[in-house]
Design a protein around this ligand. Structure first.
Ligand code: CS2
Ligand code: MN
Length: 346
């Protein structure tokens, strides 16, 4: 495994220098954040990002994410132009020799939580999702905005997007994903860039919007749409593990055996009730996911790709970007590397 860390670019309070001081850290997971969704990422900008990371003694292991324009997910006529731009961005990422691109296919919203700073009894804070609170939330009227969401949408934009999705069934969304992959994967292959779809977080419908990348069956279906290692997965323990129906370590083992895992997100969640959860420290004992079994699967298949600690709590008084502070993610990386070393030592 190549231990990696997400970095939000020059505006990130956590410097590349600090990230490099985490023992065993090799890779950076990042993106270009100032290009509107749907536009081409110019090669010069990708190369300059790459140089910045390399000057700090690290390398870019994954671009997370190249966002997919809503018109593509909605299957609008305008999608062809956005898909052509996406292809061009992939070509440029390939020219810069960056090996993996992570993306997701969630309608309108990325990861969703009901509280970004829920106090835990040890004085740290964490992200939580409470089913009952979510049911009362309305993104069209409330003040709700989450760090993973596209903040450029106005309330009017959101209203018209919701109206568009009114006519979209899950099967439509599958058709639109198929159309996208059939055009993008051949370009990814030519460019030697492995695509890695991120599962929906949480893995069920929210706000009445359809979500399709939720379980083993749907990941299987993605793989079948285009049978190539360039059409692969981001196996995210916290997203998939939020559903009681998903056995994350077993799923990871399954898709590693098929060589379809291009990137791994590792974090733990503590399931509370049916569809509610709290993000937990990485240790197996702190949450509902057997992280040792997950690392065992990586060791068994000698996984060579990038793994990053996903969200962490805010600890030691840090007031960082929710989920993306330095300390708890660094502890997570160290814990994962410890498991890896123990399992690879024989
Ligand atoms: C990430 C997602 O912060 C997170 O939870 O895993 O935002 C992820 O970057 C995107 O869904 C991938 O496109
Ligand atoms: Mn994730």
């Amino acid at each position: 495994m190549k231990m990696s860390f997400r970095w939000y670019g020059e505006s990130d309070e956590i410097s590349l220098e600090y990230i490099r001081q985490i023992p065993g850290m090799e890779g950076i997971v990042t993106a270009i954040y100032d290009i509107p969704v749907g536009e081409v990422w110019p090669l010069e900008k990708i190369e300059s990002l790459k140089n910045t990371v390399e000057k700090a003694g690290l390398e870019i292991s994954v671009i997370e994410s190249v966002p997919v324009h809503e018109d593509i997910k909605l299957g609008k006529e305008t999608r062809d132009c956005f898909i052509a731009n996406y292809q061009e961005t992939i070509r440029n990422i390939g020219k810069a020799n960056i090996p993996v691109v992570c993306y997701n296919f969630m309608p309108i919203f990325d990861w969703t939580r009901t509280d970004l700073a829920h106090p835990l009894e040890d004085g740290s804070t964490t992200l939580i999702y409470d089913e009952k609170i979510l049911e009362k939330m309305d993104p069209l009227t409330g003040e709700l905005s989450l760090p993973g969401w596209d903040s450029s949408y106005t309330k009017d934009d959101l209203a018209s997007l919701f109206a568009d999705y009114n006519n979209i069934t899950k099967e439509d969304l599958w058709d639109n994903l198929t159309y996208f992959l059939q055009k993008v994967i051949p370009v990814a292959k030519e460019s030697d860039v492995k695509m890695a779809i991120h599962p929906d977080d949480p893995p069920w419908d929210i706000f009445g919007l359809p979500r399709i990348i939720t379980n083993q069956e749907s990941l299987e279906r993605v793989c079948q749409i285009y049978d190539s290692p360039y059409n692969g997965l981001t196996m995210c323990s916290g997203s998939l593990g939020a559903s009681r129906d998903n056995d994350f370590p077993a799923m990871l083992d399954h898709f590693l055996a098929k060589d379809r895992v291009n990137f791994i997100h590792a974090r733990n969640v503590k399931l509370v009730g049916k569809k509610s959860f709290e993000e937990a420290a990485h240790l197996s004992s702190k949450g509902s996911i057997d992280m040792k079994a997950a690392v065992e699967a990586m060791a068994k298949h000698n996984f060579k790709g990038a793994v990053r600690p996903d969200h962490g709590r805010n600890i030691w008084g840090e007031k960082g970007r929710p989920g993306y502070g330095l300390y708890d993610r660094a502890l997570g990386a160290t814990y994962l590397l410890g498991l890896w070393e123990a399992l690879k030592k024989d």
